[in-house]
Design a protein around this ligand. Structure first.
Ligand code: NAD
Length: 503
């Protein structure tokens, strides 16, 4: 049975299993405390209660983890693709077997609702399966004959890599980065977000128990300025796969410059959903509501700006406000809950700060705009109307269940508003006019666009953003391009003419 009482009792069992010393780091296959002996706390956003203490990794811990990853690299890179495939499938099997446990821990640690996290854990397993199946062909290249040479390309894993992840759906996102790195033959040092360390620990445990050799996946907990920075600066780490805020991406690029790090950035967004008057408005409404209020709106691909054509705006806004008010805010472990508490007080302060910004800027708070309850970091699903494109609520990533509506007259104005932000991650277009859909999706500045659809992920397609939303793509072979080096070998086909200097 799946209800709040059952989940709470299961959660108590999981909390009891956390070791007395809290969550350790995992380096070279060993559970270890931080070198400096430090710890930090992780607390539940539901009631701010202590979940456990966590090893506070710093530069010395990163150094140990990077050395373990470097030592394990030649062995792991030499493991056949077929064998890597088997191990990665075993990891996927173990994720499925522990999916409910992962979901419960994630809900309690991050405030995400169970209805979404139970699926996110399974998506983590799918990520492993998808890249497991690609492992045997990861090294494949091309034959490129030229007049006198046969050029043969091949790929090899780049080396030990650093993976730095954020706190929103942290388990799924970590698998999205770690699975292709392992499939490619790289070894990994993972630095998860300080706000959500619990499921990163579960993933490291699962990988170890599934037979991943020691040192292939290392976990170092800690803060961005400590462990995160040290990872980006470490000379043994060849590349950094980072998911997080755009300004952190800039910092990582600076920090990694000295050691010429290859970087892959999945950053912020202020994604438009554009609703034209000829669209299927019921479906557009469902999709818009889902894409901003699911996952607490703490979602890089959330449609946080709704651009609606003037002719239908009044009625559409009214329906939106009614739906926003009806979204069920509650305990994240309650299967009926649609929006749980925000991750942390810091983030709660940021999101609720925008309620004041909206009022000061002259927008109307058509739904929400307030805290829910006295305990925990709950906020009401919020809708701002009467906004203009230059307002901060229309430009800045709020990263909560907060939607800003902007009205447009025609296609040209819709595009001007949609593209008039620093970001360019996703866009959503609702119209039944095929040629307009083609024109608008072509002109939108975004890495991913869905037409008449919410975000439905297909793993072989490229995932990533343009402008301040990122550098590089994940998914399919794009992931391997990041985690692997290309090599070209040219074989002379005969006695072609060689210039004779000094002859
Ligand atoms: P954040 O940038 O604050 O932190 C992300 C990670 O970076 C954490 O592990 C943090 O400890 C680390 N970090 C912070 N400073 C660092 C530094 N100087 N050097 C190295 N590491 C450092 O992001 P967040 O608040 O945890 O996550 C929310 C952000 O992530 C939002 O902007 C969201 O849009 C973005 N995000 C993007 C995608 C995407 O695919 N584009 C997906 C999920 C989240």
């Amino acid at each position: 049975m799946s209800d709040l009482a059952t989940h709470l009792s299961q959660l108590r069992g999981l909390l009891d299993r956390i070791p007395d010393g809290g969550l350790p780091n995992l380096i070279g296959g060993q559970d270890v405390p931080a070198v400096g002996g430090g710890r930090f706390e992780t607390r539940s956003p539901v009631d701010d209660s202590l979940i456990c203490e966590v090893a506070l990794g710093e530069a010395a811990d990163i150094d140990a983890a990077a050395k373990a990853a470097k030592a394990a690299f030649p062995g792991w890179a030499a493991v056949s693709g077929a064998e890597r495939k088997k191990i990665l499938h075993r990891i996927a099997d173990a994720i499925v077997a522990r999916a409910d446990e992962i979901a419960l821990c994630e809900c309690w640690d991050t405030g995400q609702a169970y209805r979404f996290m139970s699926k996110a854990a399974l998506r983590g397993a799918e990520n492993f399966r998808y890249f497991a199946d690609m492992a045997p062909s990861a090294r494949d290249g091309q034959a490129l004959p030229s007049p006198h040479h046969l050029n043969v390309t091949s790929r090899s894993p780049i080396g030990p890599v650093g993976v730095i992840t954020p706190w929103n759906t942290p388990f799924m996102l970590s698998t999205w980065k770690i699975a292709p790195a392992l499939a490619a033959g790289c070894t990994v040092v993972h630095k998860p977000a300080e706000f959500s360390p619990w499921t990163a620990r579960l993933l490291a445990e699962i990988c170890r128990d599934a037979g991943l050799p020691d040192g292939v996946l290392n976990l170092v907990n800690g803060f961005g300025e400590g462990a995160g920075r040290a990872l980006t600066e470490h000379p043994d780490i060849r590349a950094i796969a980072f998911v997080g805020e755009s300004k952190t991406g800039s910092a990582i690029m600076r920090q990694g410059a000295e050691t010429l790090k290859r970087v892959h950035f999945e950053l912020g967004g202020k994604n438009p959903v554009i609703v034209f008057e000829d669209a299927d408005l019921d479906r557009a409404l469902n999709a818009a509501v889902f894409m901003i209020y699911s996952l607490n709106g703490e979602r890089c691909t959330s449609s946080s700006r709704l651009l609606v054509q003037e002719s239908i705006a009044d009625a559409f806004e009214e329906k939106l406000a009614a739906r926003a008010r009806a979204v069920r805010v509650g305990h994240p472990l309650d299967p009926a809950t649609e929006v749980g508490p925000l991750i942390h007080k810091t983030h709660f302060d940021k999101v609720t700060g925008y309620f004041d910004v909206a009022r000061a800027e002259g927008a109307r708070v058509a739904a929400g705009g307030a805290r829910v309850g006295e305990t925990g970091w709950f906020v009401a699903p919020t809708l701002f109307t009467g906004a203009t494109p230059d307002m901060r609520i229309a430009q800045e990533e709020i990263f909560g269940p907060v939607l800003t509506v902007l009205r447009f007259r025609d296609e040209a104005e819709a595009l001007e508003i949609a593209n008039g932000v620093a970001y360019g991650l996703t866009g959503y277009v609702w119209t039944n006019d095929l040629t307009r859909a083609l024109r608008v999706s072509d002109a939108l500045e975004a890495g991913m666009i869905w037409v008449n659809s919410e975000n439905v992920r297909h793993l072989p397609t490229p995932f990533g953003g343009v402008k301040a939303s990122g550098i590089g793509r994940d998914g399919g072979d794009w992931s391997f391009e990041f985690y692997m080096e290309q090599k070209n070998v040219a074989f002379a086909l005969g006695a072609h003419k060689i210039p004779k200097l000094g002859a």
